[in-house]
Design a protein around this ligand. Structure first.
Ligand code: PEP
Ligand code: MG
Length: 562
């Protein structure tokens, strides 16, 4: 008898109800002793063609999906085209090993390397299994197990973890929720679920044992998954979700609290593909343009001419509005081949990343700033530029000087490192504005790698220690008349968004799909409500107590089913 209730981490809010459909990878392991018939050249050609077919298919799926999914899948296609992997496959085939077994073994070696590297690379090891299965299936003439082609009714997708290739072309009208056994708040499943607006629960122990077809009610806000709920429970959840959608749709316009305190609501974008959803959701500008997403698959630094076009497209779409561009944030979870750290790093998240890499490659920063300055000239967007991973005032000064030399007067810094938050007053004296990156700030405050699913419980921006750092930063910014936004994933949590406003944060930037919820939450609470919620959260001893204490001061969230 299976439990009737499982709990995981709610990473994409909303309720979804439908039968469980389990995505199982059952591409069988090719036999260890599989040998080819003797024509190594022909066998190698088969292997190369299968690898290329899979790479091209992944890239095509990404192009079709656009946005962040395109970048994720382009990175996967690159893995399938890795020359070292191809060389290992060739070596094994040369020794008489059949193509499918050679691919299987070569991927196993690649996987070990990634796992040993730790951090972002280790987290990508699961993606490798997906690519391997696709190549083996192509070589063996097997159909890849996947999603029902023509489902009779909307369903809940249950999986160990979802590979980007599984999720990008999903239709939110057919898949009502995701439940995965693995994954944390910054896993691909979480990011893509939020982008699609599909409720999702990750890190849900026991999900693998849910019998297929079991009716599931998934709450992507609380992380609770109910198995075979009774009709009343489903009816209540569906009614609440419908009411919430109607209430959210009724709030529009610029972000503001119930008593009229303006809080600009901005969008996080990774490139031109994210413009349309951001505009449709009423974004008042861009609070974080993650420029590295444009160049994930590049081995040579992009020239300023190449960069200019992509930047101009975003600026023109937001003419008259604020667009905050983050210069390339390379390293750790976002490695760029053309901006590598000098040597393999034992702890990439603590290594030469973000602004630190620009100290080593100033010419790459100069080219990017030149492209931004030129793109900004032709538009009326209010372009601001910020540096990631700034730890010291000295780095902020260096970056500001580089921006001004390029003709970009508005330069700011991201606050992602506890040292920067603790000494925010020193930074405020030498920079134009702050944008708090709560993803990294949480990672460094709790010393919990954001890519490590097992540490998901610690990667909680509600932790009072993180809130204290946000409070210090906002106070320092306020004291010197500087803007202080939040652009990490935490800004997309309606309750936390209110807490941030209560702490003195002046703008919020998030995935476009989160804007309606945050807009509605702010519109139902006054600045004083937000301040009380912030004080209650900071007075709590744990993340979950902080969340509960803040919500108790924000009663309208429950009316909105948020
Ligand atoms: C952050 O760290 O919160 C942030 C917004 O930057 P990224 O997630 O791209 O590191
Ligand atoms: Mg960051």
């Amino acid at each position: 008898m299976h439990a009737d209730r499982l709990a995981g981490l709610g990473v994409s809010p909303g309720a979804g109800y439908g039968p469980a459909h389990r995505l199982v990878r059952d591409v069988p392991e090719p036999p260890r002793a599989a040998r080819h018939g003797g024509d190594a050249r022909a066998e190698l050609l088969r292997a190369e063609q299968a690898l290329e077919r899979v790479a091209a298919d992944l890239a095509a799926r990404g192009d079709q999906a656009g946005g962040e999914a395109r970048d994720v899948l382009a990175a996967q296609a690159m893995m399938a085209r890795d020359p070292d992997l191809a060389a290992r496959v060739a070596e094994l085939i040369e020794q008489g090993v059949a193509a499918s077994r050679a691919v299987f073994d070569a991927f196993a070696g690649y996987r070990e390397l990634l796992a040993a590297a730790g951090g972002y690379l280790a987290a990508r090891a699961a993606d490798l299994d997906d690519i391997r299965d696709r190549v083996v299936a192509a070589l063996e003439g097997l159909a890849l197990p996947g999603l029902p082609a023509d489902p009779a009714e909307p369903y809940v997708l249950v999986a160990r973890d979802l590979a980007p290739a599984d999720t990008v072309l999903l239709d939110p009208a057919t898949v009502v929720a995701f439940v995965t056994e693995e994954g944390g708040p910054t896993s691909h499943t979480a990011i893509l679920a939020r982008a699609l607006g599909v409720p999702a629960v990750v890190g849900c122990a026991g999900a693998g044992a849910i019998p297929p077809g079991t009716p599931l009610l998934v709450d992507g806000s609380t992380g609770v998954v109910r198995l075979s709920p009774d009709e009343d429970e489903v009816a209540r959840a569906v009614r609440a979700a419908e009411q919430s959608t109607a209430l959210l749709a009724a709030v529009s316009g610029a972000g503001a609290t119930a008593d009229g305190h303006a809080v600009p609501l901005l969008a996080n974008v990774g490139g031109p593909a994210d413009i349309a959803p951001a505009l449709a959701a009423g974004a008042e500008g861009v609070g974080l343009f993650r420029t590295e997403f444009l160049f994930l698959d590049r081995v040579d630094p992009p020239t300023w001419e190449e960069q200019q076009d992509a930047y101009r497209e975003v600026f023109e779409a937001f003419s008259g509005s604020r667009v905050i561009v983050r210069v390339l944030d390379a390293g750790a979870d976002k490695p760029l081949d053309f901006l590598p750290p000098p040597a393999p790093e034992p702890n990439p998240a603590l290594g030469e990343r973000g602004v630190r890499l620009f100290r080593r490659f100033p010419e790459v920063l100069a080219a990017q700033l030149e492209a931004l300055a030129r793109a900004a000239k032709g538009t009326s967007a209010r372009v601001q530029v910020m540096a990631p991973m700034v730890a010291t005032a000295e780095e902020a000064v260096w970056f500001g000087e580089a921006c001004r030399a390029a003709g970009l007067p508005s330069a700011g810094v991201m606050i992602e490192i506890p040292a920067a938050a603790l000494r925010a007053a020193d930074l405020a004296a030498v920079t134009g504005f702050f944008s708090i990156g709560t993803n990294d700030l949480t990672q460094y405050t709790l010393a919990a790698d954001r890519e490590a699913g097992a540490l998901a419980g610690l990667q909680d921006p509600w932790h009072p220690a993180v809130l204290d750092l946000v409070a210090l930063t906002a106070a320092a910014a306020g004291g010197s008349g500087r803007d202080c936004g939040v652009c990490g994933e935490a800004a997309a949590d309606p309750a936390l968004a209110c807490v941030f406003v209560g702490l003195g944060v002046t703008s919020l930037s998030m995935a476009a799909s989160a804007l309606p919820r945050v807009r509605a939450a702010l519109a139902r609470h006054t600045v004083d409500d937000c301040r009380r919620a912030a004080a209650a959260a900071r007075a709590a001893g744990t993340a979950s107590a902080a969340r509960a204490a803040a919500r108790a001061e924000l009663p309208a969230l429950a009316d909105l089913s948020l």
